[in-house]
Design a protein around this ligand. Sequence first.
Ligand SMILES: *[C@@H]1O[C@H](CO)[C@@H](O)[C@H](O)[C@H]1NC(C)=O
Ligand SMILES: *[C@@H]1O[C@H](CO)[C@@H](O)[C@H](O)[C@H]1NC(C)=O
Ligand SMILES: *[C@@H]1O[C@H](CO)[C@@H](O)[C@H](O)[C@H]1NC(C)=O
Ligand SMILES: *[C@@H]1O[C@H](CO)[C@@H](O)[C@H](O)[C@H]1NC(C)=O
Ligand SMILES: *[C@@H]1O[C@H](CO)[C@@H](O)[C@H](O)[C@H]1NC(C)=O
Ligand SMILES: *[C@@H]1O[C@H](CO)[C@@H](O)[C@H](O)[C@H]1NC(C)=O
Length: 398
Amino acid sequence: MLPTSVLKAFTALCLLAPTVTALPNGHPNHSQKPYFYAGHDLSSLKIEEDGGFIYKDTARGNATRPVEDILGDGGMNTVRLRLWVNPVVPFDDGYYETYNLDYVTTVAQRFSKKGYKIYLDYHFSDYWADPNKQARPVAWPTTVPALAATLRQYVSSTLLHLHANGVDPALVSLGNEIRHGLLWPQGYVDVDTQPRAALNKNFTDLATLWAASRQGVRDAVKQGAKKPTIMIHIDDGYNVTLQQRWFSALTSSGQVKTSDWDVFGFSFYPFYGTAATFANLKTTLNTISKQYGKPVHVAETDWPAMCTNETGTAPELSEPSVPASVPGQLEWVHTIIDIVKAVPHGLGQGVHYWEPAWLNNTGLGSACQDAILFRPDFSQWPKVTGYSRESVNIFKNI
Ligand SMILES: *[C@@H]1O[C@H](CO)[C@@H](O)[C@H](O)[C@H]1NC(C)=O
Ligand SMILES: *[C@@H]1O[C@H](CO)[C@@H](O)[C@H](O)[C@H]1NC(C)=O
Ligand SMILES: *[C@@H]1O[C@H](CO)[C@@H](O)[C@H](O)[C@H]1NC(C)=O
Ligand SMILES: *[C@@H]1O[C@H](CO)[C@@H](O)[C@H](O)[C@H]1NC(C)=O
Ligand SMILES: *[C@@H]1O[C@H](CO)[C@@H](O)[C@H](O)[C@H]1NC(C)=O
Ligand SMILES: *[C@@H]1O[C@H](CO)[C@@H](O)[C@H](O)[C@H]1NC(C)=O
């Protein structure tokens, strides 16, 4: 039997040791390494499932399994979800999908219960928000002060709704790809506006609106929601000039302070310009993280499993040495992960793949026909089956 003093010392030591938390797979977390977000955007998944689509795990003899279990085995620890304000208006000749608060709450609960971190991606629109469109929600006011008040209230009430339903997002992006601002036309910006004084003035209304959304997070936290990590998300992650001008203009009026956001998120796609090289991504991530002393994420990326268009010619990809194939998907993402992890001072914090399971939208907005991580079988249309590709393991052992 041990003397009491030894036992006491031992107990004290145990209490001093870092808390061992559970990982999404239920195993204890003995890692001393900083947390690395390995995310998949699964926004469309429930719509697919509700339409009767199913997913097979080819590593388990084609067993039908939930997508998050297949991708979780492949190293995913975070699920990204887009939220639209009030998607009741049919855009683009009737195109309509409902990434509304009820939908997002349902899926966020499901993934959260399985131990995945939730990365909430606010679009601040009734529809897609990206650099080419940021339509103000139809029901929202049209003057900047009224719009700011509505936005603040919207952010706070949506976070509190999620909190009341057991979901506290780990990461929150206030706006999606806001290079040209948000809530158009009031919040429109253009980083190429010259001279500089005009550029900074141009950002004033956006700064007012963004600051209001940030205030909405503070309101929700005061009322009990857990403080999420705040991200600002811009596209063209390869263009350091764009990023430097944009963030300098955002903070120029003083309404948004550098301390108001925690991490940078950049989209990085190979389809929209040959400048999207690994070398340019590295320059952006290293330059911006050093300048601001904040972590960086690649918030969206993907790579084609195949890319020949109807004429048989392959659209140009920004890293031509990487093949348009399943091994190419692994190579692209692994190279990005290496670049992010090599950002000095541990400031490379995450990589997120965009919509890997969207079986009836396999091109994911590119000119390539298929950039997802499941091979779709349309032979039983309208029922579609997705067979996991080797690339579902994209985050395994990273
Ligand atoms: C595991 O522990 C490390 C070191 O304490 C921590 O940085 C990381 O966030 C933890 N991972 C999870 C999933 O909690
Ligand atoms: C994909 O299929 C689902 C389920 O049938 C349907 O609800 C959705 O609108 C389709 N999406 C696209 C982009 O075709
Ligand atoms: C899984 O399904 C695919 C497509 O139908 C088939 O080619 C393959 O042989 C199946 N594998 C097993 C182990 O049944
Ligand atoms: C910002 O500049 C762009 C391009 O010059 C212009 O179209 C837009 O109206 C300006 N926005 C504001 C809020 O002044
Ligand atoms: C990078 O961004 C700047 C600022 O918007 C723009 O003028 C320039 O054309 C961009 N370069 C590329 C290669 O996209
Ligand atoms: C097919 O590829 C060619 C060559 O890159 C390109 O010019 C054309 O726009 C592509 N077509 C479609 C429908 O994407």
